[in-house]
Ligand binder design. Sequence first.
Ligand code: ASP
Ligand code: MG
Length: 320
Amino acid sequence: MLTVQKFGGSSVANSERIRAVAEIIAEAKNGGSDIVAVLSARGDMTDDLIASAVELSSSPPKRELDALLSTGELSSTALMAVQLHSMGIDCVSLSGRQAGIITDLNHGEAKIVSIQPARILRELSRGRVVLVAGFQGINENDDISTLGRGGSDTTAVALAAALGAARCEIYSDVDGIYTADPRLIPEAKRLDRIDYDDMLLLAKGGSQVLHSRAVEAAMKYKVEIRALSSFEKGGGTLVTKIGDKSSLPPCCGLTRDKAENKISIVGHGVDTSMLSRAIFELDYAGIEILSAAAMPNEICLRTEEADAIPAMRLLHKAFI
Ligand code: ASP
Ligand code: MG
């Protein structure tokens, strides 16, 4: 059995976190699974690298920016390899290029066009844990490309699809997908499972747990994702195809796109009548609505920025 695991930036932010993640990898490996682990750059490293480039030039060449940003993920995989070796676990760190991740020519926002998994398969057959630098690949000009912010999730899903992995686990600092961001809405509940369609709307609506392109790839290649925390044990949330949604609540969650100051409510039963009720509830509470729209399985509302969190609390209480 092959498991692809992906660990986000906060999961590998420092040596203590790298040790904790190494334990998760070791446990899965010792449990008998082959492991490909995709890593993000540590903590704020990607932001810091961008800031260093911008300090030198207001418009750094995209090719060089990609070369620079790829180093964040490279350093994570090499450090994880150092840690796993010290625990006696045979492993190898690979760049996107070494992992056979081929992208188009679009620097900074590249799409994966194919995966040539020969090297990964060879390392796995030697019994090694394979650590792959997320968020990057190589294009037909033999230049390093990056997949856009949050792109390591897509690396993991694409590898899971290409390698026919039995499991794709995406670890972050939250223990699954919630009905709302639990840091904003304390009464938010964790979902045991969520359908791809709903997850995609939440990801596009601003939920940060999974990147929308990764969800699209998972849907396309029928890869089930388990969203888990690297900070605490738990079953997490399974992102999957749910054929019969009649047993699910009509709304599965709400989210906010902070940059656009837009609140979205998502679910198979979300419709125009729910929009009317949402408008009524907010109006009754004295919250001004700047705009409102209903789409299939989604309604979106805009309020003044200061009203956004009270509005989300109220809508969560009303609908979830
Ligand atoms: N390190 C990249 C970013 O911060 C990619 C990722 O973490 O997925 O956007
Ligand atoms: Mg992320």
